[in-house]
Design a protein around this ligand. Structure first.
Ligand SMILES: Nc1ncnc2c1ncn2[C@@H]1O[C@H](COP(=O)(O)OP(=O)(O)OP(=O)(O)O)[C@@H](O)[C@H]1O
Length: 465
């Protein structure tokens, strides 16, 4: 009978030679194995692993086992959990660990842990990385983020393989950072050895500047090129930073070539980021680009209820609805409002009612309820589409002018109390049926054209904030 002490290390060796270090570390290293009644039983950490190993690696494991068993491998069984007896868990040979191979001190991306990071001055100092509360579980899912969440989950389960890079875009405070950190936390949980770096783009720019000042680009490169998962937030901060863009271009190529995962966020899709080098714009579009939209009312309610629960507060549904209806700009504002309501209630010792919420949020509501003027809408939309404000009133009917004008009319209908005839007047004396037609056209576009739907929600967010 084949001994597990021989068989499993042999399988691991074979797999390690056939897979990249990151795939091996993420998917194979956490496995433990045992021979039970001449069956090779492999324990996997969870259901996701089970499915993934079965679909992707079981064939390879069988082949590896067959090599050692004269072409006839033992039956193989996968199960979720840990082995009862001391499992013959194999650590990968040290040389394969990306952490040690890099020459960096071996480190994990332990979310709560403080760890050393690159510092081009040579002195290492402490910095936090992933926020452990940014998990998939804590993220409320709705229409606004379901595509982004599904893509993120797929990348987390399968880093470096499915979508690379994953590019998440959306307005401020809508949960981009939360989502990408959830990927980081997930990968860390399943593979504590993976070298993960979350960084804000501005911080990366600073790292480049320091490397430049201290002539320590080799060290800089060694560190960044050794990562298994790189998360860069708010990539629009690279605009106008040519040296940074150049360094990032090389880093991007190196990581992708070695099957490492890159995840980026921005407020816009790559080709709309003015001032980004074409070679980066095109590379950022290689993988998958997914939007996060502002959440609709029901999702805002769900977020409030979940955040209150996390604070051990039972928020009355009426209060949650009241807040969600009145605070519409973004999730960060919503969180801020909830904190204020909770603080107010704790301080005054009153139960949370719509009345006490109103009182606690008086100034926020006052500023939020200020009317947006039609002039403001016309200016904002004209700037957004890079046309003249005068075109909002003109008779021009070319699509590049007519479409923004229809967008502005629709937003005026949504954000002001103006009647259709009044809106028509404000847009160069047009008939109210033209306004109605504009609103219907934009509504159709929002249903069928994701780009247009996104532009609408960005403008709405800009005008409401
Ligand atoms: N769907 C959601 N469910 C639960 N919490 C959310 C959700 N979306 C956002 N949040 C919370 O809202 C806050 C703001 O989110 P986050 O910082 O991720 O936004 P962002 O899009 O990265 O903003 P910025 O563009 O300013 O960097 C965070 O505390 C986050 O946890």
């Amino acid at each position: 009978m084949m001994q597990i002490d021989t068989l499993w290390p042999h399988c691991l060796n074979e797999l390690q030679q056939n897979l990249g270090a990151s795939q091996f570390n993420i998917w194979i290293k956490p496995l433990t194995a045992q021979m039970i009644d001449e069956t090779l039983v492999i324990a996997v950490p969870n259901q996701i692993f089970l499915q993934f190993i079965r679909d992707r690696y079981l064939g390879m494991i069988e082949m590896a086992a067959a090599k050692l068993c004269n072409g006839v491998p033992p039956p193989i069984e996968l199960k979720v959990g840990q082995m009862a007896a001391p499992a013959p868990r194999m650590a990968a040979p040290a040389a394969s660990s990306p952490a040690t191979a890099s020459g960096e001190p071996a480190q994990s991306a332990a979310p709560v842990k403080q760890s050393k990071r690159f510092d081009a001055s040579g002195a290492s100092h402490e910095t936090t990385r992933l926020n452990p509360s940014h998990s998939f579980d804590a993220l409320v899912t709705g229409k606004a983020n379901q595509v982004a969440r599904a893509a993120a989950m797929q990348v987390a389960e399968n880093p470096g393989v499915s979508y690379n890079p994953l590019f998440v875009y959306g307005g401020v405070g809508l949960g981009k950072t939360h989502l990408i950190q959830a990927i980081g936390n997930f990968v860390h949980q399943h593979n504590p050895q993976a070298k993960i770096r979350y960084i804000h783009a501005e911080k990366y720019v600073q790292d480049v500047v320091k490397a430049y000042q201290h002539k320590s680009f080799d060290e800089f490169k060694r560190y960044y090129h050794s990562l298994d998962l790189l998360l860069v937030d708010d990539i629009q901060f690279f605009v106008g930073k040519d040296r940074t863009q150049e360094e990032f271009f090389y880093l991007f190529n190196a990581l992708l070539e070695s099957g490492k995962q890159i995840i980026l966020t921005s407020d816009k899709i790559p080709r709309e980021i003015d001032g980004l080098q074409e070679r980066l714009t095109s590379r950022f579009s290689w993988g998958l680009i997914v939007p996060i939209e502002p959440p609709e009312t029901e999702m805002r309610v769900a977020i409030l209820l979940k955040k209150a629960e996390a604070e051990h507060f039972k928020l009355d549904a009426n209060v949650a609805f009241f807040m969600a209806k009145n605070i519409r700009s973004n999730v960060r504002e919503l969180e801020g409002a909830l904190k204020r309501v909770l603080a107010y209630v704790r301080f005054t010792n009153q139960p949370i009612t719509v009345e006490s919420a109103k009182e606690a949020l008086r100034d926020i509501l006052a500023s939020g309820n200020r009317q947006v003027s039609v002039e403001n809408i016309q200016k904002t939309v004209a700037d957004f589409y890079k046309i003249k404000v005068a075109d909002m009133h003109s008779k021009k009917r070319t699509r590049d002018i007519a479409r923004p004008r229809q967008m502005a009319m629709t937003l005026t209908k949504e954000l002001t109390q103006m009647s259709l005839p009044a809106i028509g007047d404000a847009f160069g004396g047009r008939d109210h049926t033209t306004v109605l037609h504009a609103c219907r056209t934009i509504e159709e576009f929002r249903k069928n054209d994701s780009e247009m739907a996104h532009q609408y929600s960005v403008l709405l967010q800009m005008l409401r904030s």
